[in-house]
Design a protein around this ligand. Structure first.
Ligand SMILES: Cc1cc2nc3c(=O)[nH]c(=O)nc-3n(C[C@H](O)[C@H](O)[C@H](O)COP(=O)(O)OP(=O)(O)OC[C@H]3O[C@@H](n4cnc5c(N)ncnc54)[C@H](O)[C@@H]3O)c2cc1C
Length: 486
């Protein structure tokens, strides 16, 4: 056990992608963070493979994208299996194909380089909140130990131990239907993209290495409780039932099942214990939204928790984490359930699918759904004001600032707030001198036609969301999001 670390500002439970991104954010903001992870080494299991546009923008805003190499991307997505063009204004529109193992490796290296301590082979077994601290009990090869922290963030996945330990209310519904999937070598079946056949749903995609990923749902099948993982025999039988094709002679490399479970924590914050990622929401990974939702939780929480720990802000800032991310989680889970119904529902959902397919042909509806899936349409409640950017993410643009050309993403690399004055010297100076360590002031110019042309002055939070825009109320906004002036 980590005897050398009996205390930390923050203990993060779980070194999955969400815990690692959070640890990197906290460490980069000068917070003493320890991650406790029960696995000795990162899993190599095949899981999520898609990063959506907003997640790519977030990674870009910390300068992380070069570490991902040159992932393939495509604008073609789907909504409940109905083709959906994901084109939207963004530096990284569409879906980006990145194996989850790569995402975790990049984030782990980054978090460690920023000073996070990651302890593997250590399982958290108890969490007890006392006055001003939380005691985290954990067991490892070296025995048991307790790490005391000001805050604990549970990033311990969909079967979260911490969620159970604190008795958190986790309303929703269990899986009624399930999708079986397998990576199979040595089979030759036609590629199928969300093909709904009379007996069920079949998906097949052959990779360059000859391995085919098949996914199948037999319309009659109900999800039951599983004590063990699905077998290849089950997959082959369902495939035969739905497509008539026999894949039983293939060699299964990986078999997995997932259901249309949908649960969301009632509160993302329980005193000094917070939840992020799958620990806060359990959902079917349709459209690759599960991982993206979790990464964006971590990005919302990191700077807020750091500000509270540094004593800049009061704890009410942490309540905005719940307010903002619970609302986003609610909305994403609804769209996932809608998609699950459309994908796994029997012939009775066909009329609904036909109507939606027709509606998606209208640009406004296509763009609306693309904004929802990609995370680009998120808009947080920042209080009054009618500026079109208020609450939205700072859009991608290249600006002229101090004689240089700089992207909006690069301006956020340092992880501090940003007061961006694009008024071209009109309207007098903006005052943020009382927040020198928390907010960077930048005077710039946005070119004609750029997404920030005519935007005026905006205050941007470290997670890239516009907290204030316009002329009035800057001091109040600075104080609300960055604490009192020094
Ligand atoms: C088989 C499978 C396929 C998936 N496919 C997709 C997909 O196609 N698209 C998609 O978007 N999403 C998919 N997902 C979901 C996606 O992988 C998750 O949304 C993502 O991993 C969530 O990240 P996380 O960090 O919140 O949790 P996790 O990745 O689950 O990480 C949690 C970590 O906490 C650790 N942990 C748990 N309990 C303890 C404890 N008591 N003490 C210490 N450590 C603990 C675990 O070992 C783990 O490393 C899939 C998931 C699985 C399992």
């Amino acid at each position: 056990m980590a005897e050398d670390r009996s205390s930390a500002d923050v203990v993060v439970v779980g070194a999955g992608p969400v815990g690692l991104l959070l640890a990197g954010e906290l460490a980069g903001a000068g917070v003493d963070v320890v991650v406790l992870e029960r696995l000795d080494v990162p899993t190599t299991a095949s899981r999520a493979s898609t990063l959506h546009a907003r997640t790519m923008e977030i990674l870009d805003s910390r300068g992380l994208l070069p570490r991902f190499g040159r992932p393939l991307s495509e604008l073609r997505g789907h909504f409940g299996g109905i083709p959906l063009d994901l084109t939207l204004p963004s530096s990284h529109p569409g879906q980006w194909k990145v194996p989850q193992t790569t995402t975790e490796a990049v984030l782990q290296e980054w978090a460690i380089a920023r000073g996070a301590v990651i302890r593997r082979g250590i399982e958290v077994t108890d969490v007890a909140e006392g006055t001003g601290q939380v005691a985290v009990r954990a067991a490892g090869r070296g025995g048991e130990a307790v790490v005391r922290a000001s805050y604990v963030v549970a990033c311990d996945g969909e079967d979260s131990t911490v969620r159970r330990l604190v008795g958190a209310d986790f309303p929703g519904q269990d899986a009624g239907r399930e999708l079986l999937r397998a990576d199979v070598d040595g089979i030759d079946v036609p590629d199928r993209r969300f093909e709904r056949l009379p007996e069920g749903l079949a998906i097949a995609a052959r990779r360059a290495d000859g391995v085919t990923r098949v996914m199948v749902h037999d319309f009659g099948a109900r999800a039951g409780h599983r004590d063990s993982e699905a077998s290849f025999e089950e997959v082959a039988a369902a495939w035969k039932q739905v497509t008539g094709e026999d894949i039983s002679a293939g060699t299964p490399l990986w078999v997995n099942s997932f259901g249309d479970v949908s649960r969301l924590l009632a509160r993302y914050r329980h005193g000094r214990v917070l939840f992020a990622g799958d620990a806060a929401h359990k959902q079917m990974p349709i459209g690759g939204q599960a991982l993206n939702l979790g990464l964006q939780d971590a990005f919302n929480l990191g700077w807020k928790l750091a500000a509270v720990i540094r004593g800049q802000n009061g704890e009410e800032l942490l309540d905005t984490y719940h307010d903002e991310r619970h609302a986003v989680g609610t909305r994403v889970l609804v769209n996932i359930r809608a998609q699950a119904l459309m994908l796994l529902g029997g012939p009775d959902v066909e009329p609904l699918r036909s109507v939606l397919a027709e509606l998606i042909g209208h640009e406004e509806i296509r763009a609306h759904l693309a904004g929802m899936i990609s995370g680009l349409d998120i808009r947080y409640d920042m209080g009054g004001g009618s500026h079109p950017l208020l609450g939205a993410r700072l859009p991608h643009a290249t600006l002229r600032a101090g004689g240089d050309r700089v992207t909006t993403a690069a301006l956020l690399h340092g992880g501090s707030g940003l007061l961006l004055d694009l008024r071209g010297g009109r309207g007098g100076g903006l005052e943020c001198a009382g927040w020198p360590d928390r907010v960077t002031a930048v005077n710039g110019r946005a070119g004609p036609g750029s997404a920030l042309d005519g935007a005026g002055a905006v205050l941007v939070r470290p997670d890239g969301y516009v907290a204030w825009a316009g002329d009035e109320g800057l001091t109040e906004a600075l104080t609300r999001w960055f604490g009192p002036a020094r």
